[in-house]
Design a protein around this ligand. Sequence first.
Ligand SMILES: [Zn+2]
Length: 455
Amino acid sequence: MAHRYTLSTRDESLLWPRVPNGEAATVLALHAQMEQSQWLTEAEIESRRFAQLGALLTHCLATVPYYQEQFAGLLKPGERPDREAWRELPILTRSALQQVGDKLLSHSPPAAHGRITSKQSSGSTGKPVRIKTSAINNHFFHANNLRHYRWHEYDPTARYAGITRLTAAQRKLSAAATPVPWMNGYMTGPFYYFDVGNSASAQAAWLRRTEPQLLTTYPSNLKNLAEEVAAERIALPRLRAITTMSELLDPETRSFCEQALEAPIHDMYSAQELGIVALQCPDAETYHAMAESVLVEILDEAGNPCTPGEIGRIVVTPLHNFVTPLIRYEVGDYAEVGHTCGCGRGLPAIKRILGRVRNMLTLPDGQKIWPGFGSRGLTAIAPIRQHQVIQKSVDELEARLVTERELTVEEEEQLAEHITRLLPSKMSVAFTYLANIPRSPGGKFEDFISEIDNP
Ligand SMILES: [Zn+2]
């Protein structure tokens, strides 16, 4: 369905034609170019991207102490890299980023890039990553957001509800039920905030009152909410679409939530320090990398690019962060390279995004796999409100449970069998009972954590 989009205007005395203010105008100009560039071939995109990377690397060599050391002998200022030269550049790991600190800051970021702000990743590992970005990075964030809404044909007049970890300012808006606009560059319906710290029943009650057509939240929270909605037979008849972000969305959670909430999910792959990295294709079951703002590499253990169907480490280079440039930054997530997408867009295809290394299970022979515990099946065995599985050693798991009552020995046995039935090697399961399994400070929730490489 084609929706009517009305540009925002800087003043209600400027009604026709409309005159967007500075930031909205920039976002709209970026998005207009991205509407074209998404249809370029991968080769055309790569060539344009290397021009931008050349500018970024020249800036790094001139103004960033860390890269002056790291790139010595590898690059000359003013040189435009090619594929081979690029692959010679070292990978920046998350822990290196945490240790290097201010040596990654440019001592003279371009003034034209605008206001500089600090960004802190939510750090599910408990170790946050701090970097700085400029206004340009915010503009790209909004332009990619706009692409998400346009790709999935979100009605701009829709009422939109966001259940996330709120900032102090957002909490005030939430308490007063004051709406904000939700799409930079266009007039929109109201967006209402609600804190993810509220219980699923409080969230469901709020959604019934707020009656949104659109909803955004984290996958783990959406799952709790969908369970509440299904158990209490709550109807949200106006809901049309859901955007998920910040966490891994597994296929099981997706299909359960889409069914329980009777709305499609559109997932976003993003990180605080990188902005929006990939969006779900509107026409196929794949993600597309946001090639105009990030270079996404998916690399095997030897550092070579994976081919379609292969799974590797995600390495991202934001093309326009000249304040804390991140060159070949290893995010810590894994992904499977997609085949060229049938939609015709040249934006690189990512078949699926997998979790972090710490969310992988280590087998006795050292191999790592993503464990499937059939989370939904657990509640069929016993009244479990929340669960988290921890790998203590190669043959020991701990199941942390929040339950409605004490479990019987038989239930524990059934649960242990259910948890281990899909695993390729034998493992014991010890049970721990908790009143609550907290989210990380960033609001994220992990249902499996390995302590093997992360004590
Ligand atoms: Zn596509």
